[in-house]
Design a binder for this molecule. Sequence first.
Ligand code: NOJ
Length: 564
Amino acid sequence: MKTKWFKDAFIYQIYPRSFCDGNGDGIGDIRGIISKLDYLKDLGINAVWLSPCYKSPNDDNGYDISDYRDIMEEFGTLDDWKEMVKGMHDRGIKLIMDLVVNHTSDEHAWFVESKKSTDNPYRDYYFWKKGRGKDGKKPPNNWISRFGGSAWTYDENTDEFYLHLFSKKQPDLNWDNPKVREEVKGIVKYWLDLGADGFRCDVITYISKVEGLPDGKLGGDNMFTHGPNIHKYLQELYTDVLSKYDCMTVGEAAGVTTDQAKLYTGNGRGELDTVFQFEHVEVNTFAQIVPRKVKLNRIKEVLSKWQTELFGNGWNSLYLENHDQPRCVSRYINDNVDGDDFLRKQSAKMLMTMMYFQQGTPYVYQGQEIGMTNIEFHSEEEHVDVLSKTVFRLVKKYAPFLKGYAMRALAIRSRDNARTPMQWNAEKNAGFSDGLPWYRVNPNYTTINTEEALKDPDSVLNFLKKIIEIRKGNETIRDGRYIDIQKDSKDLFAYRREAEVETLEIICNYKNKEVNYRADAKLIGKGAKIELILSNYQNIAYDQAEYRDFILKPYECRVYSIKK
Ligand code: NOJ
């Protein structure tokens, strides 16, 4: 039943809360998405990954689900959802839902039951344990929540702790319980039968924990990441449900190595189609929040490694942004490009070129197509994300002198950067909502917005459209071998994609300065047909565009097609 359409997909991620508000309550919703389907079709993308839209008390903006089979009231109804899927399918767009099954909300009926007594039938849906220490009030082990602090919360009612690798309102499901696995299969089947085309599997590498939940290294990481039964559980889900549908899966896989990724996505293993690895988005941060200086060499090293190692046996996801990552122009480009609109656009286009000519399935996150930037933070109150709030709470409790540092670090790294409302036009609230938006609109919406970008032939959006167009049906991009050609350059990220009839040469100047490029005489000498197929400097004169030694302007990128 399954085909490999994910290899030809170009996926647009929607974070529904911030995308478009259809009813004026300040919160993005499904009717808002429906109103933008023509916009999405026009971009050329052929699939949407929709962040969670299920019922949720919104401790973590929908990543805490209280009913897997229904839609969050703020977002609309199941009928709206059905209309949205139909609208997508009518336009040749597939829908990837977010599958958040490492944990539920603490308000999910299973957890409400589970809390009631130690012999409740739902008790084993979650992890409950007695505390340590004389009074039993110390957490059962040393595991640290991904949002900071112990991964355990004490519950007075039964005098036990429950496990939550994220906030205390996100208790972890116990996948070792076969009933839990059956429930998950039921949920997956439910949405596929309703018309979904696949799933992005949230923190899927955490679903199998080491038996007995012992202390581990690094806050327990090695006891719950890629745990003992992970491959068995994924294969079971695949065999029993996923293999029967023409769907795709992409697993969120923090900390995954290339060897592990081959196991998750390798041909014929029947687990996932592709994974999101994190190495390139962690080059400038440590432990999710501590900023580090970005080094081009490191980015090249990481991306080239993923390209070469997964070639022929696995499949990459190509992304620079999502709802958890800061905006890429602000993040990867050191210069204050925000102040220079031309360079902001050039660097946004260069980053797309660097990423989207690699092998794998590309993702573009809402707003990335217009080069949206991080937002400025002036006070602690402007941080609304549960992760940032936890950081401030812990700093206040244990190290108040670090408050200034936390403000600076979060300004760069905070997930709120990616969650500011989508900028549609230069009118009220950037055209996102008629009401008061749930979160701050970036003041630069007057210049950075889709209406402007659609009109401007030189916009990031129109550049992305060209890339999407070039990728369509291009076998060199889909199947060609990746070759890093400027390993030692401190300024350039350049690579080739080699296939039978064509070679693509992708050259990106990563710096805000002119840089020399040395063309490969062997390629020119053979009398090959060399054509410039993409460039972010519109006014390149033809002779400058020829493939020979040349000077690249700040953030210039070029793609040459070379045919024998
Ligand atoms: C990963 C999601 O992308 C993130 O937004 C969320 O907070 C955690 N998983 C917990 O579900």
